[in-house]
Design a protein around this ligand. Structure first.
Ligand code: AG3
Length: 277
């Protein structure tokens, strides 16, 4: 007798000819919200996987890389240790959780889609639980609007968004960076995820080019994130002074350490070429 086993796979499509596939034990959820489609899978190799509009947002196994790198790098380069942060996006809670761990006194997290938060409460409680911390103020609203109306100032602004298509498009624009400058405190820094330099050069170029119009110093850095397109990911930060590591204070994470803080800014030539004026 021939028993045919059914295999289930989730694939993120990069182009008509290329995709990254995860074999999955189960699909745990699929919802269509007012903004996007959210899915959760239980994968064999990466634990639970959260996708939005078919793109990998995080997996249990490698989320630490992204969440450490989007927080610890700007934190240790700031002139004095930041104490307050604003997270735009980040409805999974991973970024807020990392900030709390690092000792931030106040984190405002503005997520546009309440369903992202609900899904993570159910399926990624370890990340979601940061929203139960009294130092974290979760607001469900449009980040662009929030920035334009708030009177608060922040030492660090983190744009933890999806790719620059759909709801996140406005988060990669010069106007938005200008508005962010208005909510930064004196030594403030803004950082954004800026895509895969190999597959999404336009994301990096938009972020870097937009920030350059608004801030005196803009610096892109990279990290190895196995489940994102090409596994080679970029972040871009901007500020109005020369960043310098606060050596002596630097703690290590699971990915982040003092060598990574330096090395992450050493860019391959094709990446330098993408962002040169
Ligand atoms: N946000 C950035 C995910 C971008 C991934 N893009 C892709 N797979 N095409 C991650 C949210 C984690 N807090």
């Amino acid at each position: 007798m021939i028993v045919k086993l059914i295999e289930n796979w989730f694939s993120e499509r990069y182009s008509d000819n290329l995709q990254l596939s995860f074999r999955v034990k189960d699909q745990l959820l699929s919802v269509k919200t007012d903004f996007q489609r959210i899915d959760v899978f239980d994968t064999y190799d990466f634990g639970k996987l959260l996708t939005i509009d078919g793109t990998v947002q995080l997996t249990e196994r490698d989320e630490f890389v992204y969440h450490e790198m989007i927080t610890m790098v700007p934190y240790y380069l700031a002139r004095k240790a930041p104490e307050s942060a604003l997270v735009i996006g980040g409805g999974d809670g991973g970024t807020a959780g990392q900030l709390i761990k690092m000792g931030f006194k106040k984190v405002v997290n503005v997520e546009i889609d309440t369903q992202v938060v609900e899904v993570c409460k159910k399926h990624f409680y370890d990340l979601y639980k940061s929203f139960e911390d009294k130092r974290v103020d979760l607001r469900i609203e449009d980040g662009v609007k929030y920035i334009k109306t708030t009177k608060e100032k922040f030492d660090l602004v983190i744009i933890d968004s999806t790719d620059p298509v759909g709801p996140a498009e406005g988060l990669f624009m010069e106007d938005f960076y200008r508005a962010i400058k208005g909510v930064l405190s004196e030594d403030g820094i803004v950082v954004t995820q800026s895509g895969s330099p190999f597959y999404q050069p336009f994301a990096l170029q938009k972020a870097h080019g937009g920030m350059e119009k608004v801030f005196t110093t803009v610096a892109s850095y990279t990290a190895f994130i196995p489940t994102y397109p090409s596994g080679f990911w970029s972040f871009t930060m901007a500020l109005d002074y020369e960043p310098k590591p606060r050596s002596g204070e630097i703690k290590t994470g699971k990915y982040f350490n003092e060598d990574v803080l330096e090395g992450a800014f050493k860019l391959p030539q094709f990446v330098k070429d993408l962002i040169k004026e």
